[in-house]
Design a protein around this ligand. Structure first.
Ligand code: MV4
Length: 512
C-alpha cells in the first residue's frame, strides 16, 4: 500500500482526498499556488509545496512542477481529483514514466474516451445504444444535410473534442444547418483546437443520468448505481441526486450493464462515470464517459455505503475489488447542493472575498465537503465552488426536508453565495414531483426571476434579518467566546450556546 500520496488539486476535493489518505494511514502531500497559501487543504496536509503563481497554467496544470514535487516528497502515487489534470492523458503517462502511480485510468483508456467520436466508434463494436447520427466528423455541408434528412430534424451538431456544451448547436430545419455547422466548427476550433464536428438526432428535454463504474486491475468491473444530474445551468451541474427518481431496479440493471460494457471496451480501470441522455420514454443513449472521480461522487457513496476514494486508492495499489456486483446495494436517497461563491442577484457572477462569518449545518443526514473556513479569502482565480452540502434520508421526501433544514442553518458572511437558489429549488412543486429534465433550472429561474429578485444573499428576507441579529449577537457575545460558531463545544449552559442564541434570536424576531 502507498505510504504517501500527492494530491494534485485544491479546494474541497483536495480536502476530501486527504481525509481518505489520513483514514488509511497514508501521508498526504499537497501543492498550492500563491493565492492558496492559507487554504484549507494546505492547513490539513502533512506536507505542502508551493508550485507557483495563481494562474492554473503556471501551477495546478503544470505537469513538470507537480512531478518535481512528487519526486522531492517521495510520493508513491498521485491523486488528480477532478478538473485540472484529472483527464489529461499526457499527465497520466508522465506519472507512469516517472514511476509514480496515477490514481485513475491508464493514458490509453483516457485517450479512448477523450474524443466523443472515438468513443462512439468503440461503442459501435459493443452494441451500446447511442443517439442515431455519425461516429465520425462531418466531411461537408452536403453530408451533414444528407444525414440530417435521414435521422430527421431537430438535429444536434457537436464538437468531437467537446464537452460542456461548447461547439454544440441545435438545428431545427435545413435552412439553419449551414450557418450552424460553420459556427459549431469555429467554436470547436477556438475552444479545443480541433474543428471536428459530428451530428446526432436531437433528444428534446432530455434527462442527464450517469452511472458510476469501478474497475480493478484484475478484470473486475461493477456499477454502483446512477446519479440524476439534470439540474444544470449553462452546462454546469448545480444539484445532483441518487438514485434517479425515474430509474427502477430493472432499468438500473440495464443501464449498469451497458456502462460496464463501455468501461470494459475501453479497458478502463479505477473510478469512472458513463453519461447517458434519457428521453421522455426512458430510452437511454450513451453520451460520453468521464475518466475521473466526479464532483458529485458523495451521493453515490451515501446510498451505497462505499467510500469511492478509499476504493480508488486500493485499486491503484493493485488490490482486487472487495465485493462483486451482487453485493452492491442501494439504500435511501441523497442530494448534493454545490455551494458556489456566486451572486444570484447578479447573474451568478463569481463573488470572491473574505468569509467574515461561517455558520455551518450538521445533524442527522447532513454531510459537508468543504474547502473553506471563516476568515479565508476566496480567490477569483479558480472555480468558485466553496463546498458541497449533501443530504441523506430514507426516501426523497425526507432528504428534501433534511436539506431544507440544513440550508436554513447555513450562513456565509462577507461574500455572496447561491444558497438561496437551493431553497427555491427544494420548494418548487415540479422539483418535489421529480418532474426534472435538463431544461428544468432555466425554466424555474425564468419563472422566479419575476417574483424573487432582491432576496438577501443567502436566502429570503427573514433569514437575512435572523442572520443580522445573530451576527450582531456574535459581535457582542462572541468576544466572551462563550458562543461556539458551529454549535460544537464552548457552551456554558451545558448545551450549545449557538442553539440558544439562534433560538432566542429567531423567537424574538418571530414575535415582532
Ligand atoms: C445532446 C442533447 C440533446 N440531444 N445530444 C450537453 C453537453 C454534452 N454533455 C451533451 N449535451 C447534450 N447533448 C443530443 N443528441 C442535449 C444536451 C444538453 C445537455 C445534456 C446533458 C446535461 C445538460 C444539457 C444541457 C443542454 C443540452
Amino acid at each position: 500500500m502507498f505510504k504517501k500520496i500527492l494530491i494534485a488539486n485544491r479546494g474541497e476535493i483536495a480536502v476530501r482526498v486527504l481525509r481518505a489518505c489520513h483514514e488509511m494511514g497514508i501521508a498526504a502531500v499537497v501543492v498550492y499556488s500563491d493565492v492558496d497559501r492559507a487554504s484549507l487543504h494546505v492547513r490539513k496536509a502533512d506536507e505542502a509545496y508551493p508550485i507557483g503563481p495563481a494562474a492554473a497554467s503556471e501551477s495546478y496544470l503544470n505537469i513538470q512542477k507537480i512531478l518535481d514535487v512528487a519526486a522531492r516528497s517521495g510520493a508513491d502515487a498521485i491523486h488528480p481529483g477532478y478538473g485540472f489534470l484529472s483527464e489529461n492523458a499526457k499527465f497520466a503517462q508522465a506519472c507512469a514514466d516517472a514511476g509514480v502511480k496515477f490514481i485513475g485510468p491508464t493514458a490509453a483508456a483516457m485517450e479512448a474516451m477523450g474524443s466523443k467520436t472515438r468513443a462512439r466508434q468503440a461503442m459501435e463494436r459493443t452494441g451500446v445504444p447511442f443517439v442515431p447520427g455519425t461516429s465520425r466528423g462531418l466531411e461537408s455541408f452536403e453530408q451533414a444535410a444528407q444525414v440530417a434528412e435521414q435521422i430527421g430534424y431537430p438535429v444536434m451538431l457537436k464538437a468531437a473534442a467537446g464537452g460542456g456544451g461548447k461547439g454544440m448547436r441545435l438545428v431545427h430545419a435545413e435552412a439553419d444547418l449551414k450557418s450552424a455547422l460553420d459556427a459549431a466548427r469555429s467554436e470547436a476550433e477556438r475552444s479545443f483546437g480541433d474543428s471536428e464536428v459530428y451530428i446526432e438526432k436531437a433528444i428534446l428535454n432530455p434527462r442527464h443520468i450517469e452511472m458510476q463504474v469501478l474497475a480493478d486491475e484484475h478484470g473486475n468491473t461493477v456499477y454502483l448505481g446512477e446519479r440524476e444530474c439534470s439540474l444544470q445551468r449553462r452546462h454546469q451541474k448545480v444539484m445532483e441526486e441518487a438514485p434517479s427518481p425515474i430509474v427502477d431496479a430493472e432499468m438500473r440493471r440495464r443501464m449498469g450493464e451497458v456502462a460496464v460494457r463501455v468501461a470494459e471496451a475501453a479497458h478502463y480501470t479505477n473510478a469512472g462515470t458513463v453519461e447517458f441522455l434519457v428521453d421522455q420514454e426512458r430510452n437511454f443513449y450513451f453520451l460520453e464517459m468521464n475518466t475521473r472521480l466526479q464532483v458529485e461522487h458523495p451521493v453515490t457513496e451515501l446510498i451505497t455505503g462505499l467510500d469511492l476514494v478509499h476504493l480508488q486508492i486500493r485499486i491503484a495499489a493493485g488490490e482486487k475489488l472487495p465485493f462483486g456486483q451482487e453485493e452492491v446495494r442501494i439504500r435511501g436517497h441523497a442530494m448534493e447542493c454545490r455551494i458556489y461563491a456566486e451572486d444570484p442577484d447578479n447573474n451568478y457572477f463569481p463573488s470572491p472575498g473574505k468569509i467574515t462569518l461561517l455558520l455551518t449545518p450538521s445533524g442527522p443526514g447532513i454531510r459537508r465537503d468543504s474547502g473553506v473556513y471563516e476568515g479565508w479569502h476566496v480567490p477569483i482565480d479558480y472555480d468558485p465552488l466553496l463546498a458541497k452540502l449533501i443530504g441523506y434520508g430514507t426516501d426523497r421526501t425526507q432528504t428534501i426536508s433534511r436539506l431544507t433544514r440544513a440550508l436554513n442553518e447555513y450562513f456565509v458572511g462577507g461574500i455572496k453565495t447561491n444558497i438561496s437558489l437551493f431553497r427555491r429549488i427544494l420548494r418548487d412543486a415540479d422539483f418535489q414531483a421529480a418532474e426534472l429534465d435538463t431544461g428544468f433550472l432555466d425554466r424555474m429561474l425564468k419563472r422566479s426571476d419575476a417574483g424573487e429578485k432582491g432576496q438577501d444573499q443567502n436566502g429570503d428576507a427573514r433569514a437575512a434579518e435572523v442572520a443580522a441579529i445573530a451576527a450582531g449577537m456574535f459581535a457582542v457575545l462572541g468576544a466572551s467566546d462563550s458562543v461556539s460558531r458551529n454549535g460544537a463545544g464552548g457552551s456554558t449552559s451545558g448545551k450549545s450556546d449557538t442553539d440558544s442564541n439562534w433560538k432566542a434570536a429567531s423567537r424574538r424576531e418571530a414575535l415582532q
